[in-house]
Design a protein around this ligand. Structure first.
Ligand code: NAD
Length: 507
C-alpha cells in the first residue's frame, strides 16, 4: 500500500484547522506535532508555559459565577449550537484525528459522532438535573437534595480518543454550570485546538462567557498544574494506570474531586453454544480495530477447549484479510501504532509472552517499514498461552490477543476477573443462564459487561468506566452528570415550631 507524503497530510490538516476556526497564532509554534501515518512533522502548535496555564485557570475561575447563575436550560443552548457545529465540521475534525492519532476514517468520523451524541444527551440533561425530595420525620418540614455546579473542571485526556473524551466531560460539565480547562495529550494537540475552536465558535454565537473553556498545549507538566491547583474543583483524568497512580494521591492530598478513567485489560469468554460467525466478527473488530489502541480493545480470549481450535483458526484466517496501512485510504481497517514506543511495547510483550510459554499463531510483524521507516504499522497478533501468565495481566497498548482455554464457566469467569484492571468484558453464548451469570454480581467484575458483542464500541447513553485499577470513574450517560455537581441536602421548616430530629429535647 502506498502511504501519502507528510506534506500532503500537513496540507490537509492546515486546511481543516482553518475550517474549524483555529486562530492563526495557535499554529506554527514550537510545540512539536507529528503524524503516525508517516512519522513526519505536522505544523507545530503554540505551547502554554506556566504563566499562561495559570492565567487560563484564573480566567476559567473568574467566568464561573456568571455561568453558574445562567439557568441550566439556557446553558443547554450552548451545547445545542456546539453539536450543530460539530455536525457541520465532522469531516474536518475527523481528518485531523486521523492525521494525528492514526484512526481509520470511519473510526475518526465515529469519534466525532460520539461528540455530537453527547451534545444531544447533554442538551436533554440540562432540563433534568434532578434532585430528590424525601419525607421528613418532622411535621411541617420539607427535606430535599439540590445539585450545584462545582467550579472549574480540569480535564486531562489520552491520545487515543483525542477529542471525544473531552467532549463527554465538557458537554456535561458545562450544562451542569462548570467552566472547563483541558489538557489534551501532547500527541494530539492539533485535534484539541480544532475541537476547542468549534466550542469557541458556539460560545461566541450564543453570547456565553468567553472564558468558560480553555485548552492547554503542553506535555504532562500542564496536567500536573491542573492536578495541584486548588482552584480546580474536579480533575477528570483519562489515561494509563501509571498516570492515575500519580494523579490520584496528589488530587486527594488537597481534597479535590477526582474522576479517573484508566487502562483496561478486556476479555471475552466464548462458550460452546456461541454463534461463531458473530463471535469472530465481534472479536476481530474489538481486538484488531483501532490497531488495538482503545481502552476497551479486546486483549484476552477465554475460549471453551472444545471449540478453541476452530475459533482460533477462524480468527487467524480473518486476520489474514485485514488491510493494514494508510488510515485514510478506502478499505484500510488497521492504521499505524501511535509511535515507536508503542511498537517497542508490543515487541517486548510478544517476547515475554513467548518466554512464558506462548505461541504466536498469527501476526506480530512490522509492515511498511521500508516505505515509512518512522511510522509503525504492525500485523495484529494472536498468541496462544498455556494459562493467564504474568504478561497477560498487563495492558499492552497494541493489537495482541492472548488466547486461553477453559472447561468450566465458573473458571472462565474467575479468569476474566483475575487481572488488576476492570474496564470491559464480553461473553459470546447461546445459553441464557451463562449470559445471566456473566452480567450478575457473581459474574464479570468490570464496569462494562456485554453479551454477544465485543468489548469495545460503547454508546454514550450508558455510563462508561471501570473498576479496580481502571479507576472507578463513570462518564457519558446515565447518572454520570452527578460527578460534575455537588449535592446539598436542604431541610425547610415551615411549621413555626422547632421539633428536633430523633426526638431530641433541648431548650
Ligand atoms: P498517558 O497516561 O501516557 O497520558 C494521558 C494523559 O495524561 C496525557 O495528557 C498526559 O500528558 C497526561 N499525564 C501523564 N502523566 C501525568 C501526570 N503525572 N500528571 C498529570 N498529567 C499526566 O496515556 P496515553 O498513552 O495517552 O493513553 C493510553 C492509555 O489511556 C491506555 O492505558 C488506555 O487504556 C487509557 N485510556 C483509558 C480510557 C478510559 O476511558 N478508561 C480512555 C482512553 C484511554
Amino acid at each position: 500500500m502506498t502511504l501519502p507524503g507528510t506534506a500532503t497530510i500537513a496540507g490537509s490538516v492546515t486546511d481543516a484547522l482553518a475550517a474549524c476556526g483555529v486562530a492563526p497564532d495557535r499554529i506554527g509554534g514550537d510545540f512539536a506535532t507529528r503524524t503516525p501515518i508517516t512519522g513526519g512533522a505536522l505544523p507545530g502548535a503554540t505551547g502554554d508555559d506556566a504563566a499562561s496555564i495559570d492565567d487560563k485557570i484564573s480566567r476559567a475561575a473568574a467566568a464561573f459565577p456568571a455561568w453558574r447563575d445562567t439557568p441550566a436550560p439556557v446553558r443547554g443552548n450552548l451545547i445545542k449550537r456546539w453539536g450543530e457545529l460539530l455536525t457541520e465540521h465532522k469531516a474536518d475534525l475527523a481528518r485531523i484525528v486521523t492525521a494525528e492519532a492514526g484512526k481509520i476514517t470511519s473510526e475518526a468520523l465515529g469519534e466525532v459522532q460520539e461528540m455530537i451524541d453527547i451534545c444531544d444527551l447533554a442538551v436533554g440533561q440540562s432540563r433534568q438535573l434532578y434532585g430528590k425530595t424525601m419525607p421528613s420525620e418532622r411535621p411541617g418540614h420539607r427535606l430535599m437534595e439540590t445539585w450545584h455546579p462545582l467550579g472549574v473542571v480540569g480535564i486531562i485526556s489520552a491520545f487515543n480518543f483525542p477529542a471525544a473524551v473531552w467532549a463527554w466531560n465538557t458537554a456535561l460539565a458545562l450544562v451542569c454550570g462548570n467552566t472547563v480547562v483541558w489538557k489534551p495529550s501532547e500527541l494530539t494537540s492539533l485535534t484539541a485546538l480544532a475541537a476547542d475552536a468549534l466550542l469557541g465558535k458556539a460560545v461566541a454565537e450564543v453570547g456565553a462567557p468567553a472564558d468558560l473553556h480553555h485548552v492547554i498545549v503542553s506535555d504532562r507538566a500542564g496536567g500536573e498544574r491542573l492536578v495541584d491547583d486548588p482552584r480546580v474543583a474536579l480533575v477528570s483524568a483519562t489515561g494509563s494506570v501509571r498516570m492515575g497512580r500519580e494523579v490520584g494521591p496528589r488530587v486527594a492530598a488537597r481534597f479535590g474531586k477526582l474522576l479517573l478513567e484508566l487502562g483496561g485489560n478486556n476479555a471475552a469468554i466464548v462458550t460452546p453454544s456461541a454463534d461463531l460467525d458473530l463471535a469472530v466478527r465481534g472479536i476481530v473488530f474489538a481486538a484488531a480495530g483501532t490497531a488495538g489502541q482503545r481502552c476497551t480493545s479486546m486483549r484476552r480470549l477465554i475460549v471453551h477447549s472444545s471449540i478453541a481450535d476452530e475459533l482460533v483458526g477462524r480468527i487467524t484466517a480473518a486476520y489474514g484479510t485485514l488491510a493494514i496501512g494508510d488510515p485514510e485510504a478506502e478499505g484500510t481497517l488497521v492504521g499505524p501504532l501511535i509511535n515507536e514506543k508503542a511498537f517497542e511495547g508490543m515487541r517486548r510483550a510478544l517476547d515475554e509472552a513467548q518466554a512464558q510459554g506462548g505461541k504466536v499463531r498469527a501476526g506480530g510483524e512490522r509492515v511498511l517499514a521500508d516505505e515509512a521507516p518512522e511510522a509503525y504499522y504492525v500485523e495484529p497478533a494472536v498468541v496462544s498461552m498455556p494459562g493467564q501468565e504474568a504478561i497477560v495481566t498487563e495492558e499492552t497498548f497494541a493489537p495482541i490477543l492472548y488466547v486461553m482455554t477453559y472447561d468450566d464457566i465458573e473458571d472462565a469467569i474467575a479468569m476474566n476477573n483475575a487481572v488488576p484492571q476492570g474496564l470491559s468484558a464480553a461473553i459470546f453464548t447461546g445459553d441464557q443462564a451463562e449470559a445471566e451469570l456473566f452480567v450478575s454480581s457473581a459474574g464479570s467484575d468490570t464496569g462494562i459487561a456485554n453479551v454477544n458483542i465485543g468489548t469495545s464500541g460503547a454508546e454514550i447513553g450508558g455510563a462508561f468506566g471501570g473498576e479496580k485499577e481502571t479507576g472507578g470513574g463513570r462518564e457519558s450517560g446515565s447518572d454520570s452528570w452527578q460527578s460534575y455537581m455537588r449535592p446539598a441536602t436542604n431541610t425547610v421548616n415551615y411549621s413555626g415550631q422547632l421539633p428536633l430530629a430523633q426526638g431530641v429535647e433541648f431548650v
